[in-house]
Write a protein that binds this ligand. Sequence first.
Ligand code: 5AD
Ligand code: SF4
Ligand code: FES
Length: 344
Amino acid sequence: MDLIALIEQAERTHELTKEQIIALLNNAAINETLFAAADRVRRLYVGDEVHLRGLIEFSNTCGQNCLYCGLRRDNENVVRYHLKPDEIVALAEKAKEYGYQTVVLQSGESHVYSLVEMTEVIRRIKALGLAITLSVGEKETAEYQAYKIAGADRYLLRIETTDRELYRNMDPDMSWENRRRCLADLKQLGFEVGTGCLVGLPGQTVESLAEDILFFKEIDADMIGIGPFIPNPDTPLSKEKGGDFTLSLKVMALVRLLLPDVNIPATTAMESLKENGRILALQSGANVVMPNVTEGDYRRFYALYPGKICVNDTPGHCRMCISGKIEGMGRKVAADQGFRRKSS
Ligand code: 5AD
Ligand code: SF4
Ligand code: FES
């Protein structure tokens, strides 16, 4: 197989078979060609503007027990917190002052907030004129519907892996089918749907990563976040090897080739694993960054994995830092809310 010709073909047609994706993931010699092709597709379809989403980590309480995650319920080394509704809205107001047009409300999966409290927060933030992305886990259809009616625009729920057996091992108590149901509900309710996967989970194969990429295409995801798995010392996976930065970047670049018009974040985990990882991601297909607007100690307490960037920085500092990096690359910070503009 001529892999360079394959990349050229994918750049034109946005199609690859599972076997072709596997061949590209397994070959290191084509990496730079792949990244450059993804960068061209990004420029052609979503342009040079980078969309910023202000990330509010409003609670780290979680009832789930995902083996890879520091917020898992069995981890007793975490100071748990949950911001009051007024505090969440105040952070959103500050995000607006920093010039963000979208806030991402992220938390562990829990029942700390009632549906009424959540929808009230959504309504109040929506009234500020901000776009709202939720990332609060698996919920019932009726709850998703209530969030949508209250004004939420987008929802992030990574499938994590399409390998059912690996999913069962990594996320005990959770059902892959229910997660799939959530994604279908969200799409049907009119959310922009964000999903994605971890790269480098113990036992994960290149074959299953290829299936992950094809899954994103199959469900017509609007946003796709790819991040390396980073072992957390407070979890059962503390001794595992962890994901590879370059492999994560390749998965991301292939996502750009196959889903040319979607929004792809340069993820925090990429930068946590490698200095300037977000810049490399923005040069290999990504067009979104989610700077943290959480304040004070809470950033540190929201400890999914060790080495998380920005834990000692302020929201104002991150805002300046990221626009400096974006402009330094010759790109610009977008002036609109950055909804997906579907090309067909
Ligand atoms: N390393 C990298 N990413 C992680 N996440 C959770 N734990 C880790 C880890 N140890 C990711 C999951 C989840 C997102 C919020 O954080 O993919 O969907
Ligand atoms: Fe909870 Fe999400 Fe972490 Fe799983 S990945 S333990 S659901 S915060
Ligand atoms: Fe937080 Fe650079 S984005 S310090």
